[in-house]
Design a protein around this ligand. Structure first.
Ligand code: FES
Length: 254
């Protein structure tokens, strides 16, 4: 019995670490260690550009001056937008300098949150939701359609640098599953957007990719034209009347 359980556990562990497995998980660009490369090393200078330096001041103004480190997440986010969607070590060091902490304190945050990318991503980083409601509604087919159409593996960037495909956990849009987010880094931090595309089919997600390739901005939100936002397909089936006002709205009359 014990041996059988141990064997089952071993199979589960192997399955979890097999990148071709249907149940494999890979978050964001999933690089939680640093190896010096020509475009990612501590010798490369990095600083916020003049426009973003103004934003840095604005972000810091939200926190007491002796708690600058609380601004680490918005500052990393801004650095990532400025750097085309990923965080080289010198950008993290620049953030550490701004908030006056040891660089390791910034590395800890950047490697913990999956929205921070530690390796290059495409100008359009496509994040497929892989959590249960989206998976039941076909997120694996959405991801396969994207990978096949773009000719990449998960977390790889297309040769033209335009697209990459990652995975995220539930993005709170389960009622419109399956869905993806498109992080658009094509216009720096000034034009950065992070939009949801919902109620997808494999065909529709490919159309969306091609629209981005043409430089268009496809309409975000539900892609099912029989729904309004998260409303039921075909219109409401309940709560059809006008809602009653709350009692005692006229406080003088109560
Ligand atoms: S499971 Fe995909 S948005 Fe919640």
């Amino acid at each position: 019995m014990l041996r059988r359980l141990a064997t089952q556990r071993l199979v589960q562990i192997r399955h979890a670490f097999n990148p071709t497995s249907q149940t494999s998980r890979s978050f964001s660009t999933a690089l939680n260690y640093h190896i010096d490369t020509p475009d990612n090393n501590t010798e490369l200078p990095w600083e916020f550009n003049p426009k973003n330096q103004e934003k840095v001041k604005e972000i810091l103004s939200h926190y007491p001056s002796n708690y600058k480190q609380s601004a680490v997440i918005p500052l990393l986010d801004l650095a990532q937008q400025q750097h085309g969607g990923w965080l080289p070590v010198s950008a993290m060091n620049a953030v550490a300098k701004v908030i006056e902490v040891a660089p390791i304190r910034v590395y800890e945050v950047a490697t913990f949150y999956s929205m921070f990318n530690r390796a290059k991503v495409g100008k359009y980083h496509l994040l497929v939701c892989g959590t249960t409601p989206c998976m039941i509604r076909g997120s694996r087919d959405i991801e396969s359609a994207l990978l096949k159409h773009l000719g990449v593996k998960r977390n790889e960037v297309t040769k033209d640098g335009l697209f990459s495909v990652g995975e995220m956990e539930c993005m709170g849009s389960c009622v419109n599953a399956p869905m993806i987010t498109v992080a658009d880094y094509s216009n720096g931090s000034e034009g950065y957007t992070y939009d949801y595309y919902e109620d997808l089919t494999p065909e529709r997600v490919v159309e969306i990719v091609e629209a981005f390739r043409r430089g268009e901005k496809p309409p975000r939100g539900t892609q099912n034209n029989k729904r309004i936002n998260s409303g039921p397909e075909g219109g409401n089936t309940s709560l059809l009347g006008e809602p009653k006002p709350p009692p005692c709205r006229d406080l003088d009359a109560c």
